[in-house]
Design a protein around this ligand. Structure first.
Ligand SMILES: Nc1ncnc2c1ncn2[C@@H]1O[C@H](COP(=O)(O)OP(=O)(O)O)[C@@H](O)[C@H]1O
Ligand SMILES: [Mg+2]
Length: 341
């Protein structure tokens, strides 16, 4: 059970988040309402507790979040990696270790990678199957380099090359955006600190989803169940850009992450679909910052949780939220307003 300081009540009492169900968090609210500020405050506390925070940064907002002065003053171990450059290496085709201790088979690798690409790029089932088979074939072919550029090259030499055209075109886009070398993914999740993965150069929404899926997948395989393993909190700011599909990487982290000391802290301006709303409903802490005006009523109904008599009161409270303030339901079921500080 973790205990993070969130801020203060109106009367100046400190408010903590003592997670009960899991350590996942969702902050919602309009742009500028204070969601990222809360996540940054939690990230600093988290590293002090000996945890690792991995930020998937699609906006560049986190890249300069902590200046050298902050890092010195707060004793932050801040690491920054731009996924475009070879200082970062990422290889989704590298077989992952499974919880059983065995490694993925070539067909597991094919299904995992093709699944990630399907979710982001909306591949047809047939395209996904062809791609999974092609990856499987490459993994069994000891002479071929096991990397995404190697896969593209391998597909080009196939007789039935047309069958792979659509997914391969997308893979070319991927390798042109993120450095996908032949080495295994070099991320190290064992040292506490704040690790920002700069994905700001990825402009295309589908590609953002694919990279998040594949990156979270490779980090999933680094899970360490050993005693004393560093807990990892993934920060997914602007989470409406990602996929919450069942079977996808985020859904799996939300459902099973706790066993491995993984949690997900998300912030979004809005819910993209029912899948996203359902998935984030699994988060222990739902921090409701100022919603857009047209969502005040629905947010109030949700927060009131069947207590119709308080809906108007909650609407009023939501409307009055200032920057840096949110409402959440505490472990006793009471609604509380917090000013993040
Ligand atoms: N609790 C707070 N105290 C002081 N400044 C805050 C607070 N919350 C947000 N801010 C400031 O307000 C601006 C917008 O906040 P931010 O967290 O980036 O909003 P969001 O992520 O919801 O778009 C930032 O400049 C941030 O530093
Ligand atoms: Mg933000």
């Amino acid at each position: 059970m973790k205990d993070y300081h969130l801020g203060f009540t109106d009367s100046g009492e400190p408010v903590s988040w003592i997670s009960m169900m899991n350590d996942h968090l969702m902050a919602t609210g309009v742009s500028g309402s204070g969601k990222s500020f809360l996540l940054k405050s939690l990230a600093i506390q988290s590293q002090r507790l000996g945890e690792l925070i991995v930020v998937l940064d699609y906006t560049g907002d986190w890249t300069g979040a902590f200046c050298q002065q902050d890092c010195n003053a707060l004793a932050l171990n801040f690491r920054y990696l731009n996924v475009r450059f070879s200082g970062f290496s990422f290889n989704p085709l590298w077989p992952q270790r499974l919880p059983s201790g065995y490694y993925e088979t070539p067909s597991d690798v094919g299904n995992r990678v093709a699944g990630g690409l399907q979710r982001g790029f909306h591949l047809h089932t047939a395209q996904r199957t062809h791609l999974a088979n092609l990856i499987c074939e490459l993994c069994c072919n000891w002479g071929a380099p096991l990397s995404l550029p190697g896969l593209i090259d391998y597909a080009g030499h196939k007789k039935n090359v047309r069958q792979y055209e659509a997914p391969i075109a997308r893979l070319i886009q991927l390798v042109n955006t993120v450095y996908c070398g032949p080495e295994p993914t070099m991320l190290d999740l064992s040292t506490p600190g704040i690790l920002v993965l700069d994905l700001n150069d990825i402009r295309e929404p589908d590609l953002q989803i694919v990279v998040a899926e594949l990156l979270l997948d490779s980090m999933w395989s680094l899970r360490d169940t050993g005693h004393g393993a560093t807990p990892v909190n993934f920060i997914l700011d602007e989470a409406h850009r990602l996929s919450f599909q069942e079977g996808g990487a985020i859904h799996r982290l939300l459902r099973e992450g706790r066993k491995f000391g993984y949690s997900v802290w998300m912030a979004t301006q809005y819910m993209t679909n029912k899948e996203m709303a359902g998935a984030v409903g699994m988060a222990d802490l739902q921090a409701i910052f100022r919603p857009p005006t047209e969502q005040i009523h629905s947010s109030a109904v949700k927060l009131a949780g069947g207590r119709k008599e308080i809906v108007c009161e909650v609407e009023d409270a939501l409307m009055k939220l200032n920057r840096g303030q949110f409402i959440f339901q505490d472990n006793e079921g009471h609604l509380r307003r917090v000013t993040v500080r």
